[in-house]
Design a protein around this ligand. Structure first.
Ligand SMILES: C[S@@+](CC[C@H](N)C(=O)[O-])C[C@H]1O[C@@H](n2cnc3c(N)ncnc32)[C@H](O)[C@@H]1O
Length: 218
C-alpha cells in the first residue's frame, strides 16, 4: 500500500484505498485489506465519482487544509464514508433529502463521529447554511435539473473565501436528448453568474459516462 499525492488516499496497483476509520466494517461491499496492522477499504471509482475525479487527474491539494465540508446528495454514504476516512479531523455536513437514503446515512454517522447528516433539500440552503457555516470544500452530487443553480446558491451560503467547490455535473441521461456540451456550457454560465471561477472540468469516463467534474473557486 503506497501513499498517493492526495493526503489520506492510498494506492495498491491501480486501485485506490482509504484507511478504514471503522475497522471491520464495510459500507457498500467494498474489499477490506489489512497491511502493516492497518485496515484499508478499496475505493471504487465506478461507484464513487470523487474517486473517479482523483483518478482523472485531480490536483494534489484537493483535500489540503480541509476542516469543514458541505456535501450535497449524500445518498447511502458510499462517497461520504471515504471522505470520512480521508479527513478524520474534519466535520462533514451531509445534506440528503430522501428519507429512504437518510436512514442508512444516519446509521453510518452513528459509527463515524465526523459525519453530521442533515435531512434537507439542497435547494434551500437558507434552512441549514447558518448551522453549517463556512466550509473549505463544497461537494455536490444530486443529479437534478437545477444542479448548477443549487451549487451556486450553496457556495454563496457556505463556501469560504479560499474554499474549493466540486460539482459532479450530470451531463447525459437516457431520458434527456440534450448534448453534453450544451449542458456543460449552460452550467458553466450559471456557476459564473454566482461569481465563481471555473478552475477545471474533467471527463469522468470510463468510470462515469454521464458525469463531468467541475471544480470552482471564488
Ligand atoms: C447520485 S446520488 C448521490 C451518490 C453519493 N453522492 C455517493 O457518491 O455516494 C444523488 C442523491 O442526491 C439526493 N438528492 C437529489 N436532489 C436533492 C436535493 N435537492 N437535496 C438533497 N439531496 C438531493 C438523492 O436523494 C440521492 O440520494
Amino acid at each position: 500500500m503506497e501513499p498517493t499525492e492526495w493526503a489520506g488516499v492510498y494506492r495498491s496497483g491501480k486501485e485506490l484505498y482509504t484507511l478504514n476509520a471503522d475497522p471491520g466494517h464495510r459500507v457498500y461491499g467494498e474489499e477490506l485489506r489489512t497491511e502493516g496492522g492497518k485496515e484499508y477499504r478499496q475505493w471504487d471509482p465506478f461507484r464513487s465519482k470523487l474517486a473517479a475525479y482523483l483518478l482523472k487527474g485531480a490536483p494534489s491539494d484537493t483535500f489540503r487544509g480541509v476542516r469543514r465540508v458541505l456535501y450535497l446528495g449524500g445518498a447511502h454514504g458510499t462517497t461520504v464514508s471515504h471522505l470520512s476516512d480521508v479527513l478524520p479531523e474534519a466535520a462533514l455536513f451531509v445534506i440528503e433529502k430522501s428519507p429512504t437514503a437518510f436512514a442508512p446515512l444516519l446509521a453510518l454517522a452513528r459509527r463515524r463521529s465526523n459525519i453530521l447528516p442533515i435531512l434537507a433539500d439542497a435547494q434551500l440552503p437558507e434552512r441549514y447554511g447558518a448551522d453549517v457555516g463556512p466550509v473549505d470544500l463544497l461537494y455536490q452530487d444530486v443529479a437534478q435539473r437545477a444542479q448548477a443553480m443549487i451549487f451556486g446558491e450553496n457556495a454563496e451560503a457556505c463556501l469560504a473565501a479560499q474554499g474549493l467547490g466540486l460539482l459532479m455535473l450530470k451531463v447525459k441521461s437516457v431520458t434527456q436528448a440534450r448534448p453534453a456540451a450544451a449542458v456543460l456550457a449552460e452550467s458553466r454560465r450559471e456557476v459564473e453568474r454566482h461569481r465563481l471561477h471555473v478552475r477545471s472540468t474533467s471527463d469522468l469516463a470510463p468510470f462515469s459516462r454521464e458525469h463531468l467534474a467541475l471544480a470552482a473557486h471564488w
